[in-house]
Unconditional design. Sequence first.
Length: 441
Amino acid sequence: MNEYDELMPFLQHGILTGLPVKKKKRLMALAWLAEHIPPEKEYSEAEFDALLNGLHSFGDAAALRRELCDTGLVGRRPDGSAYRLDPGRPSLRELLERHCGAVPEPAAGDSLPVRFAPPEINDEDLAHAADFRDRIHAEALEIVRRVRPELSEVADPYPVEAYFQRHWDYPGAWYVITAIPESAKSREALLDTIVRNTLAKAAWRTPPRRTDTEEDPSRMKRILFIGNSFTYFNEMPAMVQGMADAAGLQADVRMLAYGGYELRRYTDPADPHGNEALPLIASEPWDAVVLQEQSIAPAIRRDLFREGVDGLVPAIRGRGAMPVFYATWPYQEDSPKLSGTGLEYREMLRLLSEGYQAEAGRLGCPLVPVGETFVRFQDAHPGFTLYKSDFYHPNAAGSFLAACLFFRFFFGCEAPESYLPEGLTPADAETVRRSAAAPEG
C-alpha cells in the first residue's frame, strides 16, 4: 500500500488539485510536496513559488510556502530571502505522529539532538531586544494614529523575551538573533498584530454608534462594503445604491474590494492595498461597514477570518459605525471548484455559516445570511442558476439577490419593483426579488 493512497482524490496527473481540510490529509499533501522539491538547492521566494506552482493547480503558492515552513519541511532564512528543503525534515510518519498523535518519548539515557536544544539568552541580549521592540512600537504607533490620533502608546501582546529568534542553520548549528517573535512570522505581521491589539483595546473606550438614522429616516445613510470579487462582481453595492435612488431614499454606498482578498490583507502594511481600508473607514461618518471574507476562509481557516475582523471591527466602531458581516455561499454543487475543496455542497454552507455566526456572536455584530438564502433559492429554482460559469462567482441574479437582502437590512423595506439591474429580465428580477423578500428560516 502506498503511504499516499489517502491523498489520491487530491492528485491528478501528478498535480495537487486541492489542499485537504482534514489535518491528516493536509499534512500528507505537504509531505508529498516536500518529496517533489529537489534537495541541495536554495531558492529565492519567486523561484520557490514557481516550483510550487508546477506542483499544484489551485493558485495559492504563498499558503503552501507558509505551511511547508511551519511544519518544518522547508527551511527559510531569517530575512525570508531564501528557501530550501530542510535536510532534517520529519518523515511522513514522524509528521503525522507529531501533529495527529503522541510523539514517542526518547529512550532513557538518550539526549535530544542539538536541533532541539537552542542556546540561552543573556541580559545583554534582552537589552538589545528592548531597544528593538521600542522601534517596532514607534512604527506601530504611527499606523495606529492614522485611525486613532489621540492614542499615545500601543498594546503589544508579546513580552520583551519574545523578541528573539532561534534558527537552525543549514549546515547544522543553532544561532540566535534579536528579531521579531517567532509566532509573528514577519515584521509586517507583528506590526499588524500590535496595531489590531491596540485598536481592539481602544474600541472599548469609544462612544456608542449613532442612532439618529432611526430617528430621522430621511437622513442619508452611508454604507461601505469591504470584500473581494464576491462583492464587486456585477457591482453589487451599486445595485443597493440604485434601489435606494429608485425608492427615493438618501444613500451613499461605496466599496473597497480586490479579487481574492482576505480581510486581514486590508490592514497589512506590506500589502499593496494594506494602507487603504483604515484611512477610508476614518474618512467618512459611515453608518455601517459591511465585511465580506475570502470565499472559503470562514469555513476552513477561521483563524485567518478572526485575524481579519479583529483588525477592522475596532476601527469601524471607533468611528461610531456598525460592522455588518456578509455571509457568503458555497461553491456550486457537483462542480470541479467544489470538489477541489474536499467538501460537500451543504457541508461547505454549514461551515461557512458557522464561521460567520461564531465571529458575529463573539463581536456582537449583525449578519446578513446571503449564503443561506442563495442555497434556498437554488433548491427552489433548480433551473435558475445564481452562479457564473466558473462555479463560484455570482452572476447578475446572484448579486441582485445579495443586494435585495442588504437593501432590506439597511432600509427596512423590500427592493422597489421599479429598479431593474442590468442583465436581468423583468420576470427574472421579480423571481429573485420575491425570494429575497420571503421570510428567512
